[in-house]
Design a protein around this ligand. Sequence first.
Ligand code: RP5
Length: 177
Amino acid sequence: MARFEAPAVGIVMGSDSDLKVMQHTGMILEDFGVPHEERVLSAHRTPGRMMQFGREAIKDGFHVIVAGAGGSAHLPGMLASETRLPVLGVAIESAPDPTNAALGSMIRMPKGAPLATMGKNEAAAANAGLEAVRILALSNPELAEQYEEWMKSQAEEVEVKDKLLREIGAAAYLARK
Ligand code: RP5
């Protein structure tokens, strides 16, 4: 198990209403034993606190920031403007939004202010956790090994499903679900 002395990943969200989605980042990090800290810092309601977090993130020991927000979703981009740490953006769409506003604000960052955008909602939040592990694994051989084992077991799960599907056919497979 890889060891860390302090929270290595900051999981920042614009509202506590985002936590239902953003908890999926924390769940992945827990699986890998990566300490993390959740914060609610709003780009519009507490802009000073949000920017202070970004300014002090390196000094505070963070290596990666995962930032989730909905609505106009300025939080991830503003944090990426304030720190050189990698920032992984998660768009939160609590109700269907045909304009894709949250995701759009993240994928339209101007040249010079990179924000790695993972997509939206639960899958993106979980993938942000996995991407954070990949980044940390670059300088942590134990974590790299753990991640490679995890990839193998994920592949094995798919192989088991494929074998069963071929053995019993689609109708019987679906009937078991
Ligand atoms: C955004 O507005 C937050 O990230 C959240 O997704 C959305 C709604 O916030 P609440 O009104 O639920 O606090 O800033």
